[in-house]
Write a protein that binds this ligand. Structure first.
Ligand SMILES: NC(=O)c1ccc[n+]([C@@H]2O[C@H](COP(=O)([O-])OP(=O)(O)OC[C@H]3O[C@@H](n4cnc5c(N)ncnc54)[C@H](OP(=O)(O)O)[C@@H]3O)[C@@H](O)[C@H]2O)c1
Length: 164
């Protein structure tokens, strides 16, 4: 049986996830959550996410990068030309599979007909940006957990949602 897919995303109420190749906020609690969740596991991510996360391989993460540029493969970093190819590589590696974006990777993952768990940090703000989480709310999720939190700048809720 294929492994459960974990999707990791922090998203504003207007579905913004990124701006100018970076996160559009700095929320230390969410960053720590993301790092803890993905440590020791396989992370599947697009080329921009990979290039903007130089320390991705710290804490035992095994990156599988989706890109047309096979030359990006290096020691400990696998590369695939499609999400399907990346998932096949990820399946063969030890550890959980965490899908870390960006936009097209999330869209293609949400379109898959297989069990998945969405770890969603919903940031309760309308935030300007240029990269979006594709609409997920129409899909049949079961809420497994929810925890509200806040810092000096934002209120946010950590959701765990299962599907399939
Ligand atoms: N808030 C969050 O949780 C979160 C999570 C992730 C990302 N972000 C933000 O989102 C932005 C980056 O995401 P992005 O969507 O712009 O870029 P991205 O997915 O990281 O990278 C895009 C590139 O990845 C490759 N790619 C992506 N999907 C592909 C597919 N299905 N098949 C083949 N290749 C594929 C292509 O690489 P090549 O051009 O090399 O072929 C494409 O140009 C940043 O601002 C980042 O901070 C936020």
């Amino acid at each position: 049986m294929p492994k459960l897919l974990h999707l990791q995303v922090a998203c504003a109420e207007n579905r913004v996830i990124g701006r100018d190749g970076k996160l559009p906020w700095r929320i230390p609690e969410d960053l720590k959550f993301f790092h803890d969740q993905t440590a020791g596991n396989v992370v599947v991510l697009g080329r921009i996410c990979y290039e903007t996360w130089p320390r991705v391989r710290l804490d035992g993460r095994r990156p599988v990068v989706v890109t047309r540029h096979a030359a990006l493969a290096t020691d400990g970093v696998q590369v695939a030309g499609s999400l399907a190819g990346a998932l096949a590589l990820a399946e063969a590696l030890p550890g959980e599979i965490h899908i870390c974006g960006g936009e097209r990777i999330y869209a293609e993952t949400l379109a898959l007909d297989r069990p998945m768990r969405l770890h969603l940090t919903l940031v309760h703000a309308e935030v300007p940006g240029d990269t979006y989480m594709p609409e997920w709310r129409h899909l049949a999720w079961r809420e497994v957990a929810r925890r509200e939190s806040a810092d000096a700048n934002y209120r946010y809720t950590f959701f765990t949602l299962d599907r399939g």
